[in-house]
Design a protein around this ligand. Sequence first.
Ligand code: ATP
Length: 357
Amino acid sequence: MSAITMRELTKVYPGGVRALDALDLEIADGEFFALLGPSGCGKTTLLRTIAGLEVASAGSVRIGGRDVTNLPPGKRDVAMVFQDYALFPHMTVRDNIAYPLRIKKVDRRSRGSKAADTADELGLSGLLERRPGQLSGGQQQRVALARAMACHPQVFLLDEPLSNLDARLRLEARTFLKRLQRELGVTTVFVTHDQAEALALADRIAVMEGGRIRQVGTPTEVFRRPANTFVAGFIGSTPMNLIDARVHGDELAVAGARLPLPDGAPGQVSDGERLVYGIRPEYLDYSPTAVPGALTGEVVVVENLGSVSLVSLDVPGDHAGASDEAGAGDDSGAGRTSVQVVVPEGGEPEPGDTGWA
Ligand code: ATP
């Protein structure tokens, strides 16, 4: 069993930066788990604190039920793959993979055969005598993974594992990594700031902001049921539209339009209540002709994204969060906000057109 449990985990760097703020998190045995969030939110610090490369200022880390908070990295039974792979440039692939076994004082013969077996699993058999400088980025990444796997650790920790690869290789490496993790079944925690990568790979995702966790859930949960506007705005290839709205009976007044209350809302909200209406650009339909009750506005920008376009409509109403100082409770529609709509190829309007969504 190699579940990871963090309780009230806090890291304050010298100088006072609180990179982790009393964070509680449980990662299940065998889970492929993503730490996701914007730059500086504390993802790498959390990973390094699990690894033992950073010492916690307060709180605890348990791996497989064992309190490892004060143990050095070598005693935690974890293997970390760094963003730049950190391979030894003067060593062959075979010696790089065998290095942790050497540190563990495994005899030379077993080291060689274990390194060869691991290399075989990762499709590196033909490259054992090469040095890192003679490998592609994707191959270097596999060597770094092989080095981490050679000791059969309880936990893999991967820091931005795909960020050094170009777009095409990254897709290939994603599939490879996912298959490998399934086959090995080892608890794996990876850091990424790329929400698409987290959604594609992880069993569950922790979305972080400012040293705290804003939501933990499966990719479907964080995408479909974001717990707050931060997660709603962060997850999704185009940010979710977040607009101030007000309940009117069994309808929602939003940006000059009247929409039915979303499923689950009746009974949870009261008449006149102010709330944030969130809808993804891909779930809105664009119409060049009037649709009663729909959002309506002027097309200001049309961005070609390949097979679809992203259309920005300037509609009356306030962007959620922007209106608090500008007269909270005022739903007169005095402000303007931009609503994004995904429009299929061929149906794009022109800037200046009036559109409905
Ligand atoms: P990125 O995606 O940019 O790598 P991150 O989410 O991994 O960011 P961390 O690297 O964990 O974030 O940093 C969290 C906070 O701690 C940041 O404000 C950062 O500046 C600060 N920090 C990180 N390392 C140190 C350090 N050694 N000394 C002081 N402050 C640090």
